[in-house]
Design a protein around this ligand. Structure first.
Ligand code: GLU
Length: 498
């Protein structure tokens, strides 16, 4: 048997460090067994998937030094490697399960299902699909299909007992079938859900080991049941521990930047990032902290993964990155890195249009643009003191702007401007006064070029991180104040929609 592993990212946002972490372990496992590592794009959620996100995922994983043997960009024998290009087959598989009696049509409308859940809640039950589609006679199903009524296909789930999920690291995990929903496999628009497409493709791509994050454990019973229904051999399952913030909560961009692009822009070296990700739940036999991908491969043993939630601590990462910069790069190499990182022609051509009109000498370049290549700015309350709004109002503006920017899915200058302008109107603050604290947060001074341009150049994660940092420079937001602000923020939005 040839070992085949995969990662299956959904291209719905910025490339996440968690994706790189899972990819690293999949690559090491495959290489160690002389097998193949596949990258498949799961883009069946067509409203949220974008080509830019897919490109950013591929670029940043490659930047880190990861290499897949098959994927949408490199091809392979089991393609296409993008689910949107494999759509035709999923319906056929769902219908095969209906024919075998393992799945069924359901014509319930979303309103009907809402009503069902409301009634269940009123009775004090956990809302769950009640199997109403199963009660339809074959004739009725045929008649409604013939009439073209919208429908989904759901899988059957055993009524009692439990499913044993064998996990390579965790041993057997028992999950009661009563906890598992009769999962929709094919949606009303004909698109497969993650569960169907994932199982079908893992089978067709001959994946032998599914190594993924622990957040998928609860999906495993559905997946194993699908393998059984199809009569296919399931892959070995292995659920890696989730990355956590230093406070042990699940790593989330609200607390820590999670996009690989942020770490790239901050100036972390890819080899240090990979090294740090390799330390997430795993250690070298001699416990040394600094090791290369080649070292990791040589000593890799998945059984050395410890299940306690690994902490992704940016300070620790910085420490490790410093070791790599000081111990592994010659001065010449460092010069090349700096040039490739920010001082390259492409970057200069993006930045200069904003700086040139303000320059008298070439030496004006550094003070005008240094904030674009800095990490966090050294801000204090004094930096905000000259602005019109008082410090509390500025903090509120920054926090609200941060929430708006966190909700933005497309990072374009015009969208950023529209969002900020709308927010200033909702808050009834003159745009100029509203933007002043944002200027300070983003550029360190109000005497800089357009804050919208700066945010576009800095990218979403660095911009959000700077806004968060500025809120903290103004004393931060305690739990109680956060509640109050959240309420005011909601009211703003509601008010704006009326
Ligand atoms: N598309 C899923 C994700 O976004 C894949 C999960 C899996 O590995 O099965 O993470």
């Amino acid at each position: 048997m040839t070992v085949r592993t995969r990662i299956a990212p959904s291209p719905t946002g910025d490339p996440h460090v968690g994706t790189a972490y899972i990819a690293l372990f999949n690559q090491c496992f495959a290489r160690q067994h002389g097998g193949q590592f596949v990258l498949r794009i799961e883009d069946t959620d067509q409203t949220r998937s974008t080509a830019e996100s897919e490109q950013a995922i591929l670029d940043s994983l490659r930047w880190l030094g990861l290499e897949w043997d098959e994927g949408p960009d490199v091809g392979g024998d089991y393609g296409p490697y993008r689910q949107s290009e494999r759509l035709a087959s999923y319906r056929q598989y769902a219908e095969e399960l209906v024919q075998k009696g393992h799945a069924f049509y359901c014509f319930a409308t979303p309103e009907e299902l809402d009503e069902m859940r409301r009634e269940q809640q009123a009775r004090g039950e956990t809302p769950q699909y009640d199997g109403r589609g199963l009660a339809l006679s074959a004739d009725e199903v045929q008649a409604r299909l013939a009439a073209g009524e919208p429908h989904v296909i759901r899988m059957k789930i055993p009524e009692s007992g439990h499913c044993t999920v064998p996990d390579m690291l965790r041993g057997d995990i028992d999950i009661e079938w009563s906890q598992v929903e009769m999962q929709v496999l094919l949606k009303a628009d004909g698109m497969p859900t993650y569960h169907l497409a994932n199982v079908v493709d893992d089978h067709l791509m001959k994946i032998t080991h599914v190594i993924r994050g622990e957040e998928w454990i609860n999906s495993a019973p559905k997946h194993l049941k699908l393998y059984e229904y199809f009569g296919w051999e399931p892959p070995v399952l292995c659920h890696l521990p989730l990355l956590r913030n230093p406070d042990k909560s699940k790593l989330s961009k609200r607390k820590n930047p999670t996009s690989i692009l942020y770490y790239q822009r901050m100036g972390y070296l890819p080899e240090a990032m990979l090294n740090y990700l390799g330390r997430m739940g795993w250690s070298m036999p001699d416990e040394r902290e600094k090791f290369s991908l080649a070292d990791m491969l040589e000593h890799f043993d998945i059984n050395r993964v410890s299940l306690g939630g690994p902490i992704f601590d940016v300070e620790k990462l910085s420490w490790l990155n410093g070791l790599w910069i000081r111990e592994d790069l010659t001065t010449e190499q460092l010069a090349d890195r700096l040039r490739d990182w920010a001082l390259n022609r492409d970057n200069l051509l993006q930045v200069l249009p904003h700086a040139q009109s303000r320059m008298e000498t070439l030496s004006d370049f550094a003070p005008l643009t240094q904030f674009l290549i800095s990490g966090m700015l050294p801000l204090t309350e004094a930096d905000f003191a000259a602005n019109k709004l008082d410090l509390d109002e500025q903090k509120q503006v920054l926090q609200f702007a941060l929430w708006r920017m966190e909700a933005l899915s497309s990072w374009q200058r015009d969208t950023i401007f529209t969002e900020l302008k709308t927010l200033s109107e909702q808050m009834a603050i003159k745009l100029k006064d509203f933007l002043a604290p944002l200027f300070v947060a983003i550029a360190g001074t109000t005497a800089s070029f357009s804050v919208m341009d700066s945010m576009t150049l800095l990218g979403p994660d660095m911009s959000r991180a700077r806004l968060r940092h500025a809120v903290n420079a103004l004393g931060g937001v305690g739990k109680k104040q956060l509640k109050k602000l959240e309420k005011q923020y909601q009211q703003l939005t509601l008010g704006g929609e009326e």
